[in-house]
Design a protein around this ligand. Structure first.
Ligand code: KG4
Ligand code: ZN
Length: 389
């Protein structure tokens, strides 16, 4: 079969991204324009600023992706775009641009769910390594700044004798996403933004056993839904997470230890630096802060790993995917590998580069849809709370 080129476009949050992927597995280019510097002063993503930055970034990013792939608009077989979930205004920039481009070029347009993109980031790289024998069903933990979801993924027959993937949501956070907890705790401790990578760098310098945060105890609530069960019966117990409690527990610890003056002093020190390095942030941290950061990370990692493995056992899966921005975390990877390995469960992560938002994963997720000719309807639009099915 001839090579097929997909131009992927991603604009769901604070990354404007475009990529060219050949035949679903060869990344010809992967351009990510990060807005971190824009949002840094606010300690979180400001939706209006995100939309404005996407508008500024989208054209140059797409052009750069084509140039780096040595392709022209004419060489592209299809355009894939993130339809949702994400920030409504941010998504609209990508969707509107992709629609106009597809219309103008007379090329097919494929709508991709951002969460499916994160899952296909893993698949894309496994294919590159020659691993084409995944045991289904796959349990996928998508853990990022906006999401902490568990999906049971199966292959489903699609058009033209092809297969696409089908998903059943078997658990998710009931409040904050895990990445959001990293970001909020980093903001509370005046460590900067985004919190995940900073806390990850500080954690090895602190004592992860210094503070014992109680486990989020989840009352059994909610049942797996879905008209056509694929592996899990509707009505089965869900595997939910909660991360708002630990954020409050960190705040309580800050108050109990009277850490506020030190935090404000750090905030003032770091505010004088344009983009503080990890070493500069580390130098501005006292022992209590490092212990708190290390203990927080350990608690979140333990919770993610133990709940995901409980779901894997109950659902009797052989394959686990861990993906999304927080999957870049070394401590999380090590713990998953250690614990899943001892249970004979195969666990796969994307490379760190493909863990956080990018468009290569969107183009990769679109490939089975291109083969099955599952194209977006002309009237399709961005959907901020798009479910994955
Ligand atoms: O997937 P992503 O780029 O965007 C969303 O879809 O949300 O994930 C960004 C999130 C942020 O909350 C960030 O703090 C977190 O992922 N993150 C990390 C790490 N790198 C990024 N969290 C923990 N450890 C990391 N190394
Ligand atoms: Zn994401």
């Amino acid at each position: 079969m001839r090579d097929l080129y997909i131009l992927g476009i991603e604009s769901s949050c604070d990354e404007t991204a475009a990529a060219v992927v050949r035949s679903g597995e060869h990344v010809e280019s992967n351009v990510v324009f990060s807005q971190i510097a824009t949002h840094q002063p606010y300690g979180g993503v400001v939706p209006e600023l995100a939309s404005r930055e996407h508008l500024r970034g989208i054209l140059p990013v797409v052009r750069q992706a084509l140039t780096e792939a040595h392709r022209t608009y004419e060489d592209i077989d299809a355009i894939a775009v993130t339809q949702g979930p994400g920030l409504a205004g941010a998504l609209l920039v990508g969707v509107t641009y992709a629609k106009a481009l597809a219309w103008g070029l007379g090329k097919p347009l494929i709508a991709v769910n951002h969460l499916e993109g994160h899952i296909h980031a893993v698949l894309l790289e496994e294919k590159q390594k020659g691993n084409r024998e995944l045991g289904f069903p796959v349990l996928a933990l998508v853990v990022s700044g906006g999401h902490t979801h568990l999906f049971l993924a199966q292959e489903r027959a699609a058009g033209g004798g092809r297969a696409t993937w089908a998903y059943q949501n078997v658990g998710q956070t009931r409040d904050d996403a895990a990445g959001e907890a990293f970001d909020k705790v980093a903001k509370l401790l005046a460590l900067g933004y985004p919190g995940g990578p900073i806390i990850e760098k500080l954690a090895p310098h602190g004592n992860a056993r210094a503070v014992e945060f109680g486990r989020a105890r989840m009352k059994a609530r909610g049942k797996v839904r879905g008209k056509k069960p694929r592996g899990v019966e509707p009505g089965a117990a869900r595997f939910d997470f909660s991360f708002s409690g630990i954020k409050t527990a960190v705040l309580r610890e800050v108050e109990r230890r009277d850490m506020k003056p030190a935090i404000e002093a750090r905030r003032a020190t770091l505010a004088k630096l344009t983009r503080p390095t990890a070493d500069q942030i580390l130098a501005a941290c006292d022992r209590e802060t490092l212990d708190l950061a290390a203990s927080f990370q350990r608690s979140v990692v333990d919770d993610l790993v133990s709940k995901t493995l409980a779901a894997a056992r109950a659902l009797e899966v052989e394959t686990l995917f861990v993906t999304g921005g927080v999957a870049a975390n070394f401590a999380l990877r090590a713990e998953f590998e250690h614990q899943a390995g001892s249970e004979g469960l195969a666990v796969y992560f994307p490379s760190r580069q493909l863990s956080t938002d990018n468009a290569a994963m969107i183009a990769a997720a679109a490939y089975p849809k291109l083969l099955a000719e599952e194209f977006a309807a002309p009237e399709f639009s961005a959907e901020a709370s798009l479910p994955l099915r």
